[in-house]
Structures are given as structure tokens and as C-alpha cells.
Ligand binder design. Structure first.
Ligand code: FAD
Ligand code: NDP
Length: 435
């Protein structure tokens, strides 16, 4: 049994949704029947960030179809109906189990062969498992990961069956911090355990992290840092206790795990060039095989702003923009799309807080604003610039206005000169906002 399409998008996440919209915008009705999206997930592409935020609210949580792509960029809501109307075939609930780049074929788990002329790989990433760190128990009924809507439904179910109980959150990164805030909103007592010195240590400075840790502590969250959960005690399919490296037991009604993600490259290992744990692409998002493009979490692409260094960025803005760029490049092989010129942008929202980061956190960090936590009811505004070779390379801002976010993004984009760091220290945000 085989099917053939001119264009195939492998993966049905954020990047796939934005690629589909770009495709229709560029091709209009000429696109009918040419494009297919194959996804292991049972639903049309959606805005994954909603899963750790609106989806977990105790009341009135976000539910599909409200957050299908591309509402996260204030654009059209693409329901399954939209794909039908535009002649895009959505093959859902279907895992691709092998790919042959030379023959231009994919084989699905039910043995169907899909032929393509051009393939866009948008397979994203998967959550790292505790077992990869020698801890078993992932399959327990009250252990939750969070990557897709099935995981999110489990998390909601487990939270609702543990009112007033104890949650152990393993990992102090994005998932750990965002889920901890959601657990608190659901009236669950939270203990976060991670090996680092402070939370979000790949992005935050210690000072920034201290602010958030103090904020969370004021909401009743306990941090256990510099150690890890070494085992989980399971009884009747449920974890009852998490054991720390030093043997200390932590009672657990539920466990949430956020210990990093790995790009889904397995189908292409040995066929495409890999880099930074992902698939290496050029500025047009084209891989080492001219018929295959890669976008989103799985793609390692050159960032002009960093001198063309390849980066793999696991963030939604990157998925949206790399997807659009790949479609532009695919549909105009004359090269008119040019090379992607991307300004890395990450954000998070927890409790009443909201931050954005642009660029690279390389060089000397210069903090500004009031980083001293006083009360969870205040509206803090603070941040940091990273200065590298006399220029602003990165900027973080909590509690900014749209104009202020725009100003820090602009400063990073143009690499604003910092002839005198003392002036930046004195002026802080005003250094970039006055322009
Ligand atoms: P994904 O959205 O992960 O999509 C990959 C798709 O490929 C999935 O549908 C998957 O099922 C499918 N797939 C994989 N392998 C196969 C196969 N073999 N066969 C068929 N289908 C396959 N970023 C931010 O910047 N801000 C946020 O607030 C934020 N919040 C997040 C919250 C959560 C809970 C998560 C998990 C991520 C969050 N992110 C956030 C990161 C962001 O969602 C990702 O960077 C983005 O989803 C990447 O898009 P993608 O299309 O590359 O991959
Ligand atoms: P992160 O990489 O953000 O964080 C992983 C965390 O787990 C780090 O604190 C890490 O510590 C810690 N860790 C690693 N190994 C262990 C271990 N054995 N035991 C305990 N802790 C450990 O990954 P997440 O899982 O939080 O996020 C998964 C994906 O989802 C990422 O791609 C992320 O970008 C994305 N995401 C993005 C969001 C956003 O942009 N707002 C929101 C939610 C998810 P250390 O750093 O010290 O190694």
C-alpha cells in the first residue's frame, strides 16, 4: 500500500502547523492535494506551550480546538477542517518507523509507504526519561511527563486525584518551573529537586534564579538543590516515596518529571548529517540531502547573529520561524528566500510573572532593576544584559511592557555597543529604552 505526495511534513507539532499555513499562503489553491502531514499525535497541530500553562489551570483550562496553531502568533486557527478545506492531507495517529532518504520514502507503523519529492522533517523532541539516569518507575500511574496532549491529560487527571497532596517535581528547568506553578494553583504541595546550584541554570544567572526561587518559596514551594532522586518506591503501581541520593525519603502522591528533551533524529541517523544532537541544516533549512529540510526543535541551523554558529533551539518562536523559512525556501528553489536571520527568543509565564529573553547569554551579565524579592503580590521589573566583546549579546527582562521588550530585542539584534560597562550598570533598562 503506498501513497505519493510532492511535499511531506513529518511530524504534526508547532512547526508543522506554521509550515502548512505558509504553504497555503504561498500556493493558494494550487496546493490542493500536494501536501501531507504525518503525525503520531491524534489531533491536528497545536500550540504546545499551552500544555504547561492554560491547560493545567484548575478551572476554565484551555482545551482544543481553541489552541490549534497558529493562534499563538495571533494568526489563523487551523482546525482539522481547515486542512481538509485546503486539500492538505492530515495522516494522524500514525508513527513513521523508517525513512529512506535515497529512495525518498517513509514507512508507517501499519506498513504504508509514503513517497515524497520534498520532505520537511518536523519531528521535534521527546522528554528524557528517568530510566536514562538509572531511575526506574516512569510507568507508574502517578508519574507524569509533559510533552504532548496525552501527557497533559494524564497530568490533569493525577493532579485532580491528589488534592492537598505532595508532588515531587524532578528537574528545575522549564517543565519543572512551569508545572510547579500549575501544581500550586491546583493546591498541591510542591518539592522541586534538581542537581544544579539554582533553577534554570542554563539561562538564568544566580541572581535572577534567586528571585524566582524566593517567589516560589513564598508560594509554599520547597527547593532541594544539588542532589537528585536516586530511586522511586512503587506500591500497587503508584509511587509512594522518592528517595534522594543521600537516602532521604520524600513522601509523594505524584511525581512530575522535566529532566530535558532529546531531538527525534533516530529515523535519519546514518542518512543525514547530524550536529548538536539534531539534524544539521543550512540557512535555507536544507539538510545534507537536497530533498530533505528540517525545522523546529530537531534542526541545528546557522544563527547569523552568532557568526553563523549552528544552534538547536527548543523554543516555540524558533519552530514557527524556521518552519516558515523552510517553506519559503522549498517553494522558491532559486534561493530568493535567502538565509534565515533569526534572533533567538525564549519566554515563560508563571504565576503573575512573565519574562522574555533575546539573543545569547554569553559574556558578562549586567543586572538591572530590583532583583530583591519582597512580596509575591508586587509587580517586579528587572533583568540582565549579557555583554560580549563590547556589545550587547543577550537580554532578559521580567515584567516589561511591549515597548521595553521591543527595545531589548532591538538592542540585541543590532549588537548595541557598550563602550563603558559602568554606564550600562548605572542606566540599566534606560540604556536601551531611551533610543
Ligand atoms: P513538536 O511541537 O514537538 O512536534 C513534533 C511532532 O512530531 C509531534 O507531533 C510528534 O508526535 C511528531 N513525531 C515525532 N516523531 C514522529 C514519527 N516518527 N512519526 C510521526 N510523528 C512523529 N517554548 C517556548 O518558547 N515557550 C513556551 O512557553 C514553551 N512551552 C512549552 C511547554 C511544553 C509542555 C513543551 C513540551 C514545550 C514548550 N515549549 C515552549 C517548546 C516548544 O513547544 C517547542 O520548541 C515546539 O513545540 C517545537 O516544535 P516542533 O514542531 O519542532 O516539535
Ligand atoms: P530543561 O533542559 O529546561 O531542564 C532540565 C532540568 O532537569 C534542568 O534543571 C537539569 O539540571 C535537570 N536535570 C537533568 N538531569 C536531571 C536528573 N537526573 N535529575 C533531576 N534533574 C535533572 O528541560 P525540561 O524538561 O524542563 O523541558 C523540556 C523541553 O521543553 C525543552 O525543550 C524546553 O525548551 C521545552 N519547554 C520550554 C518552555 C519554555 O520555553 N517556556 C516551557 C516548557 C518546556 P541541569 O541544568 O543542572 O542539568
Amino acid at each position: 500500500m503506498s501513497r505519493a505526495f510532492t511535499y511531506v511534513i513529518l511530524g504534526g507539532g508547532v512547526a508543522a502547523g506554521y509550515a502548512a499555513l505558509e504553504f497555503v499562503r504561498r500556493r493558494g489553491d494550487a496546493a490542493l492535494g500536494e501536501l501531507c502531514i504525518i503525525s503520531e499525535e491524534a489531533v491536528a497541530p497545536y500550540e504546545r506551550p499551552a500544555l504547561s500553562k492554560g491547560y493545567l489551570l484548575p478551572e476554565g483550562g484551555a482545551r482544543l480546538p481553541a489552541f490549534h496553531t497558529c493562534v499563538g502568533a495571533n494568526d489563523q486557527l487551523l482546525t482539522a477542517e481547515w486542512y481538509r478545506e485546503h486539500g492538505i492531507e492530515l495522516i494522524l495517529g500514525t508513527k513513521v518507523i523508517s525513512a529512506d532518504v535515497r529512495r525518498k520514502t517513509l514507512v508507517t507503523s501499519i506498513g504504508k509507504t509514503i513517497n515524497y519529492k520534498t520532505l520537511i522533517v518536523a519531528t521535534g523532541a521527546r522528554a528524557s526519561k528517568l530510566e536514562e539516569f538509572g531511575v526506574s518507575g516512569s510507568d507508574a500511574e502517578n508519574v507524569c511527563y509533559l510533552r504532548n496532549i496525552v501527557d497533559a491529560d494524564k497530568l490533569v487527571r493525577v493532579m485532580r486525584s491528589s488534592p492537598g497532596g505532595n508532588a515531587i517535581v524532578i528537574g528545575g528547568g522549564y517543565i519543572g518551573m512551569e508545572c510547579a506553578a500549575a501544581l500550586v494553583a491546583n493546591k498541591i504541595k510542591v518539592t522541586i529537586v534538581f542537581p544544579g546550584k539554582y533553577c534554570m541554570d542554563r539561562l538564568f544567572t544566580q541572581k535572577i534564579a534567586e528571585f524566582y526561587e524566593n517567589y516560589y518559596t513564598s508560594k509554599g514551594v520547597t527547593f532541594i538543590k544539588g542532589t537528585a532522586v536516586s530511586s522511586l518506591e512503587v506500591s500497587s503501581g503508584m509511587v509512594t516515596t522518592a528517595i534522594l541520593r543521600d537516602g532521604r525519603p520524600l513522601p509523594a502522591d505524584m511525581v512530575v518529571v522535566g529532566i530535558g528533551a532529546r531531538a527525534n533524529t533516530a529515523l535519519f541517523e546514518g542518512q543525514l548529517t547530524l550536529e548538536k544532537g539534531g539534524i544539521k541544516v543550512n540557512g535555507q533549512m536544507q539538510t545534507s540531502d537536497a530533498s530533505v529540510y528540517a525545522v523546529g526543535d530537531v534542526a541545528a541551523f546557522p544563527v547569523k547573529l552568532f557568526g553563523g554558529d549552528a544552534r538547536r533551539l527548543e523554543h516555540v518562536d524558533c519552530a514557527r520561524r524556521t518552519a516558515r523559512h523552510a517553506v519559503a525556501a522549498v517553494l522558491d528553489p532559486t534561493g530568493a528566500a535567502g538565509d534565515i536571520d533569526y534572533l533567538p527568543f525564549f519566554y515563560s509565564r508563571v504565576f503573575a510573572l512573565s519574562w522574555r529573553f533575546y539573543g545569547d547569554n554569553a559574556g558578562e551579565a549586567v543586572h538591572f532593576g530590583d532583583l530583591g524579592f519582597s512580596s509575591a503580590s508586587s509587580t517586579p521589573k528587572f533583568g540582565a544584559f549579557w555583554v560580549s566583546s563590547g556589545r550587547i549579546a543577550g537580554a532578559f527582562l521580567e515584567g516589561g511592557s511591549p515597548e521595553e521588550y521591543e527595545a531589548i530585542a532591538h538592542a540585541v539584534r543590532r549588537g548595541a555597543a557598550v563602550p563603558d560597562v559602568a554606564q550600562l550598570v548605572r542606566e540599566g533598562l534606560a540604556f536601551v529604552v531611551r533610543e
